[in-house]
Design a protein around this ligand. Structure first.
Ligand SMILES: Nc1ncnc2c1ncn2[C@@H]1O[C@H](COP(=O)(O)OP(=O)(O)OP(=O)(O)O)[C@@H](O)[C@H]1O
Length: 335
């Protein structure tokens, strides 16, 4: 649906150009949830905001269903923006307007529906986001999660084909975050809507994203399926983001097994449920000590990780590593 080609963006800072996006190339599929992750200042928001041209790139193309949106005239751009909804970290609701009036605004601006149809659409949206009872409340009377539900309803009002989410849950507590993530998943599944989101929280991309791109200093340093990137990060930027999240099993700090070598095994998909450890132990006649383990899910992919201690550093460890790798298990030797 979206193809980004050789996209560059600079900002003038103290009279000098600051390169915020440096030769970005990405493909985002129809109906996909695509995540942009990276440290603060990496360029995530800048990239997201080029997708509705809130930021204009200096060069490069953004093809949406084959049409380069950077070349649209004013009328074309207005039409395009109506197909793109945006959800913001701080909700950006009008405090002087009720919940219903906040959702009404984009519908009136679009000018496509009469008053009765707009009222019906508002009712439908409020029902989706579970805020029917709050229709006539003002934003100040709502919790953070409820405000973001209004923000989501407003973003969906004109039936967009693309939803952009900029740190949509960063201002929310963990429980409210979970409920908003569930809502976004439901919306994506029910409407087949393409979602591009920016987040610095690994838990958010782990739950929502089919694929992710990792940005560092304005460049995409790694991209791919979420489970692959998070469980087998290749680039140092991805590794450090993942390490901070606690997603990857680490040996306990007080572990004292001087005569053993350590392997971290990562199982995904069907492998997660197979008794591979026992079968390798039997075949090689090696005893494993499980020192750490966890199971979880990345989007729709179940995964498991085990850290096992193998007695004897040399031959036994190498044989075990090769045996796991030959079974398709991702296996790392830990220092
Ligand atoms: N309007 C602007 N004017 C000047 N510099 C800007 C502007 N917007 C962003 N920048 C700079 O561009 C770079 C990328 O910023 P951007 O906000 O896209 O990063 P980010 O990854 O979204 O960071 P954060 O997670 O902190 O929001 C940063 O160095 C930032 O300071």
């Amino acid at each position: 649906m979206i193809r980004i080609e050789h996209l560059n963006k600079t900002y003038p800072v103290a009279g000098r150009p600051l390169l915020a996006l440096d030769d970005i190339n990405l493909d985002i599929g129809q109906g996909e949830i695509y995540g942009l992750i990276g440290r603060s200042g990496a360029g995530k928001s800048s990239l997201l905001r080029t997708l509705n041209l809130l930021e204009r790139p200096d060069s490069g193309r953004i093809l949406v269903d084959g049409e380069d949106i950077t070349r649209l005239d004013a009328a074309g751009l207005r039409r395009y923006r109506r197909q793109v909804g945006m959800v913001f970290q701080h909700f950006n609701l009008l405090g002087s307007q009720t919940v219903a009036a906040n959702i009404r605004l984009p519908l009136e601006l679009a000018g496509e529906l009469d008053r009765a149809a707009i009222d019906r659409r508002i009712d439908e949206l409020l029902d989706w986001v579970g805020l029917t009872e709050r229709r006539d409340h003002y934003p100040a009377q709502l919790s953070g999660g409820q405000k973001q539900r209004v923000g989501i309803a407003r973003a969906l009002a004109n039936r967009p084909r693309l939803l952009l989410c900029d740190e949509a849950t960063s201002a929310l507590d963990p429980q409210t975050t979970r409920s908003i993530l569930t809502l976004l998943l439901e919306i994506n599944r029910r409407l087949g809507l393409t979602v591009v989101l920016v987040s610095h929280e690994i838990q958010v991309v782990q739950t929502l994203c089919d694929r992710i791109a990792v940005l560092e200093a304005g460049r995409v340093v790694e991209q791919g399926r979420t489970a692959d990137l998070l469980l087998k990060p290749a680039h140092a930027a991805t590794r450090s983001l993942v390490a901070e999240s606690g997603l990857i099993a680490e040996p306990p700090p007080d572990l004292a097994l001087p005569s053993a070598g350590l392997l971290r095994l990562t199982f995904t998909g069907a492998h997660t449920y197979q008794p591979l450890l026992a079968s390798v132990a039997r075949t090689l006649d090696i005893a494993f000590n499980i020192v750490q383990g966890q199971v979880g899910r990345i989007k729709d992919t179940p995964y498991g990780q085990l850290i096992v201690a193998v007695e004897g550093h040399g031959t036994a460890l190498g044989a075990a590593r090769r045996a796991f790798q030959s079974q398709g298990i991702h296996c790392e030797e830990l220092a």
